[in-house]
Design a protein around this ligand. Structure first.
Ligand code: MG
Length: 261
């Protein structure tokens, strides 16, 4: 299936959706500190989204075997890679890293972004992981230009992470974003190498494509399991993880990040 190309009018709405998501992230970022619960962060994000007349995109989302998602954000702590469910019982501690992902629907279009924050002072290795993950995202955004393919974007993330000594998640990928939260194309963080059987990765980038790039870096092995809540995904070896995401639009020049303040 081909990606849905967006018009200038659609991009205008997606830019607004992205700004709402960025605002929710900004308010959460200010609130992240030891003693705060992930439920409190969820309320902050939901309030920003609803104050703008938008709706949380994760709420009640129920793909595949998953039960309906019960919150606005995902809040994944330390070894939790993605999809951590916010809870009044999860209290942030000094030295934790907290991955926050949030998306909203605004006038029928989605904005989607994620950041991982240090809680208070964190170890040097945690700081290094977070910096590498954010940089991997920037490398993938830089690769999102005409003349490149989806495989070039995947390669940018994968190679950068590898150079820094980190694994990337294979099972979870970036994705097209538009009227739906998940559209074509998939945007992987791993690159299977030349002559791979993943021919869909050879899809050429086109003006008007909009997709979320979301590197997920793992300090240890890419070996994951799902918790009993049927959502939270964590590393089997307990190693630290990071996750950063922006929604971007392909233009005839530099890619545009849509999820900015
Ligand atoms: Mg997301």
């Amino acid at each position: 299936m081909a990606p849905v190309l967006k018009t200038a009018d659609e991009l205008k709405i997606m830019r607004e959706a992205g700004r709402i998501v960025a605002q929710a992230h900004e308010e959460m970022r200010k609130a992240v500190k030891p003693g705060v619960t992930t439920k409190e962060l969820d309320i902050i994000a939901e309030t920003v989204i609803r104050d703008h007349g938008a709706t949380p995109a994760f709420l009640d989302y129920a793909p595949g075997h998953h039960p309906p998602y019960p919150a606005t954000i995902t809040a994944s702590i330390n070894d939790e890679l993605v999809h951590g469910i916010p809870s009044a019982d999860r209290v942030l501690k000094e030295g934790d890293v907290i991955g926050l992902d949030v998306a909203c629907f605004h006038q029928g279009y989605v904005g989607d972004a994620a950041f991982t924050h240090p809680v208070g002072e964190v170890s040097r290795s945690a700081k290094r992981l977070l910096e590498a993950c954010e940089q991997a995202l920037m490398e993938a955004i830089k690769a999102s230009v005409l003349g490149n393919k989806i495989s070039d974007v995947a390669k940018a993330t994968s190679k950068f992470a590898g150079r820094k000594g980190y694994s990337v998640a294979h099972e979870y990928t970036g994705h097209g974003v538009g009227k739906a939260m998940h559209e074509e194309p998939q945007v992987p963080n791993w690159w299977p190498g030349k002559n791979s059987r993943y021919q869909w990765m050879d899809y050429e980038l086109q003006v008007g494509m909009t997709y979320a790039i979301e590197p997920m870096l793992i300090a240890g092995r890419n070996d994951l399991y799902e918790l009993d809540d049927q959502w939270t995904v964590a590393t089997k070896d307990g190693s630290l993880t990071a996750h950063f995401e922006h929604t971007v639009a392909i233009t005839d020049g530099e890619p545009e990040i849509l999820t900015l303040l």
